[in-house]
Structures are given as structure tokens and as C-alpha cells.
Design a protein around this ligand. Structure first.
Ligand code: HAM
Length: 409
């Protein structure tokens, strides 16, 4: 018998209901903020992620599921949504027709990370990208929209950290300062970080092996006056609307960020980020488009759900239809369909089983009521309605039963 692949999961009810609940909650808020849904493909060219997520990132170096297809194309199963959104934006010529766009996406992402609690190889992200607005208001709007979603869903005990990674003007100085600092400890760095030190020293800080031990010790970035003013304005717009703290160690694990970055964190494990994002003003240009600012985030659906803790889901009331003889099968089946058309959650149809077997199934599937159609009932054009909690039962006319049941469930 085939087994589930490590790091992947089957998600049954009631757990799967929580995904739908969060998705619905997010859709409502996202629409209120003027975002429209973009359904992205799961597979993209591998090069898209190498060039955007970044070739020195853990995601691309170690975690991406990539393969060659029968046509010898180098492809990858998406580890994140942002590069796909930018590709779609450029490929569909939004730059010309309507450069300011706000998209959201909901979908599964794939990263071959070491599986542990809250870290899966297939996980769901809800993401949002605001393209074409460089104003600090766009950053603040994104952070507040994220807060609106997680609080509407009921997530608790999370903290919000923000930082600014500066721009092409402030970055080279900081890069050098980091190289100087990290070079002193070069021999103790993991093999990957030894290479990263020269190519992309910022990545050393979010390395799962080396990153944590530099916390609080590395030099902090001095922003250029424009980036400083931008960051101050973002903070000013957020003040009083959300609790947040500035964390100079927050560097994020993807290459495309500039200026504002942020994380919503719950707990203090390395899987504590329930959602994260930032500004990526250089990405669209680096992918062949015109210089276009952008800011976005993605939440880890499983992590947001876990941060809310156990909330009992009220059982949805359903009705079970049983048929007690061959002559009753068709009317019982028609009754099931009529109930469903009227919006009632209806189970049944196990007409090959005897009365006892059908009632056992009615209890097993958690139905609140059973509708029993036997030959006596059929002759009188009636149906027996049984309350499966109290055991009480009564006869009701078949003609009006759908309306009666609708009142009960
Ligand atoms: P990210 O930080 O790589 O950013 O992922 C965003 C969120 O996805 C994380 O905060 C976490 O909640 C969830 N997540 C990531 N990896 C896993 C995993 N293995 N298992 C469970 N959950 C996970 C991005 O993906 C960027 N695209 C966000 C963004 C959008 N930045 C700008 N626009």
C-alpha cells in the first residue's frame, strides 16, 4: 500500500473547515481593501525563482522542488507566490495599461524543508501584492490589512516586528560592514554561509544554522535620508492602529526586499512567523519590466490557524434519509435531492442496508434528524421524522416535509 510522502498531509474535517474559514475571512478583508484575486499556476520556470527569490537563499539552494520535463524545460513547483504574480503582471502588460494593481492569491506552496511542527513541505499561503505605489501609505495599508485578517479570524498572542532594509544607496555600505564583521568568524560559518559571506552576506543572518548566534551582535544598518524618512512615515501611519516594534535584526529570507520588511510572529520557535512580507521596489525592473515599486506579504495558513488555538466548531446540522423497502427507494432518493436543492445538508442513500444498518449510519455521520420512508408512510404520503438526539418521532406529510426540515436545521 502506498504511504503519504514525508512532510505532506491529508487534512480532513473538521480541520479542513478552518482553512475555508480563514480563506473566507481573508477574501472579505482583501476585497474591502480593493484587492482582486489572481489564480496562479503551480509550476513556473525554475529560472523565475532563481532570479527573484534569489540564488543564494535557502529556498532556492536547498528547498525548491525542481525538475526537467519531457520537453527538457527546467521547471519548479512554486515555493512562493510573489515571483509568479510579478511574472503575470509583466506578461499581461499591466505596466502599460494599468500599472497600479492590487492582487491576492490563495494556494499551496512547496518547500523541501526539514518537516517539524508548523513547518511542512506543502503548505498554504494567502498572499497579497500591491504594485505601483511607493508611498509609505502602501506599506502601512498592507500591514494593517494583514492585522485585520488575522484578528477577524481570531488569532491571538502574536507580535509585529518591522525593519527597513534600505535601498541600493544604503545597502553597499551595510554590506561591507557585515562582511567585515562576519569575516572575523568566517572559519566557524557553515559551508553555505562561507560562500554567502562574499555573495550575499545578509543571507548569513537568516541561515537556520548560523543566523541565531549573531542575534544582537551584528552591526545595524544606517539608512540614507530618503529611506529614513520613508521608514519614519510608515511608523507614523501605523502608530495607534497596531502594536509593533522595530527589530534591526529582521532581514527576511528572500533576496528581493528593500526598505520596509515585517513579520507577524507567534511563539518563539524558528517557525514562529505566521505571516511576513515587505517592499520589493527593485524586483520588477530586475525581471525585465520598468522600475515599479511594490509591497506585499504572505501568511502561512496552517500557522495562523495554530496561533488561534482550539476553537470548537459548532456541528453543522444534517438530515439522514432512510428507505425501508424497494418501493420507497425512489421517493426517498427524490426527497434527498429536494432537501439538497433547498439547501439542507442531507445524507443517506444506503438503501441496500436494512433499517438497522441505515439508522446506525445516520448516527455515525452525526445527523441531527432522520427521515424514514417505509411502505406504510408511503401509502399515507407521509414520512417519519426522528430527532436523533431525543429519540422522539412524528409523522409529517411528505408534501411539506422539506419546508418543515428547513425550519429545524
Ligand atoms: P516567506 O516568509 O517565505 O515569504 O513565507 C511567508 C509565510 O509562509 C511565513 O511567514 C510562514 O507563515 C509561511 N511558511 C513559509 N514556509 C513554510 C513552511 N515550510 N511550512 C508552513 N508555513 C510556511 C514569502 O513567501 C513571500 N512571498 C512573502 C511576500 C509577499 N513578500 C512580499 N510579497
Amino acid at each position: 500500500m502506498s504511504k503519504l510522502v514525508r512532510g505532506f498531509r491529508d487534512i480532513f474535517e473538521p480541520q479542513s473547515n478552518l482553512f475555508t474559514e480563514l480563506e473566507n475571512c481573508a477574501r472579505g478583508v482583501l476585497r474591502r481593501y480593493g484587492f482582486s484575486e489572481l489564480r496562479l499556476p503551480t509550476v513556473e520556470q525554475k529560472e523565475l525563482f532563481v532570479k527573484s527569490t534569489g540564488e543564494t537563499t535557502d529556498i532556492v539552494q536547498k528547498e525548491m522542488y525542481s525538475f526537467e520535463d519531457a520537453g527538457h524545460r527546467q521547471l519548479a513547483i512554486r515555493p512562493e507566490g510573489t515571483p509568479g504574480v510579478v511574472r503575470a503582471y509583466l506578461e499581461n502588460n499591466f505596466t502599460q495599461a494599468a500599472p497600479v494593481q492590487k492582487f491576492y492569491y490563495i494556494g499551496n506552496m512547496f518547500r523541501a524543508e526539514r518537516p517539524q511542527a508548523g513547518r511542512y513541505r506543502e503548505f498554504e499561503q494567502i498572499g497579497a501584492e500591491s504594485i505601483g505605489n511607493s508611498a509609505p501609505a502602501a506599506d502601512a495599508e498592507m500591514i494593517l490589512m494583514l492585522k485585520d485578517i488575522v484578528s477577524a479570524f481570531g488569532a491571538k498572542n502574536y507580535s509585529v516586528k518591522i525593519n527597513s532594509l534600505g535601498c541600493d544607496k544604503c545597502r553597499p555600505l551595510y554590506r561591507q560592514a557585515l562582511i567585515d564583521f562576519l569575516s572575523q568568524e568566517k572559519d566557524t560559518l557553515c559551508e553555505n554561509c562561507q560562500t554567502r559571506l562574499e555573495k550575499n552576506p545578509l543571507r548569513v543572518l537568516d541561515c537556520k544554522v548560523d543566523g541565531p548566534r549573531f542575534s544582537g551582535r551584528v552591526p545595524t544598518m544606517t539608512l540614507c535620508p530618503e529611506c529614513q524618512a520613508h521608514f519614519e512615515e510608515v511608523q507614523c501611519l501605523l502608530k495607534g492602529k497596531i502594536d509593533f516594534m522595530v527589530d534591526p535584526m529582521l532581514v527576511r529570507g528572500l533576496d528581493y526586499y528593500s526598505r520596509t520588511v515585517f513579520e507577524f510572529q507567534a511563539g518563539d520557535t524558528s517557525q514562529n512567523a505566521i505571516a511576513a512580507g515587505g517592499r520589493y521596489d527593485g524586483l520588477i525592473k530586475s525581471m525585465g519590466g520598468p522600475a515599479t515599486p511594490a509591497v506585499g506579504w504572505a501568511m502561512g495558513v496552517e500557522r495562523v490557524i495554530a496561533s488561534r488555538g482550539e476553537v470548537p466548531v459548532p456541528p453543522q446540522k444534517s438530515v439522514y434519509v432512510a428507505s425501508l423497502g424497494p418501493a420507497c427507494h425512489e421517493p426517498a432518493f427524490n426527497l434527498m435531492q429536494a432537501l439538497r436543492q433547498a439547501g439542507v445538508r442531507t445524507e443517506g442513500g444506503l438503501f441496500d442496508k436494512n433499517a438497522k444498518g441505515q439508522m446506525k449510519q445516520a448516527n455515525r455521520c452525526g445527523a441531527a434528524y432522520a427521515l424514514i420512508l417505509g411502505e406504510d408512510e408511503l401509502a399515507k404520503q407521509e414520512v417519519t421524522l426522528k430527532d436523533l438526539t431525543s429519540g422522539e418521532q412524528k409523522q409529517l406529510p411528505l408534501a411539506t416535509i422539506v419546508q418543515e426540515v428547513k425550519k429545524l436545521v
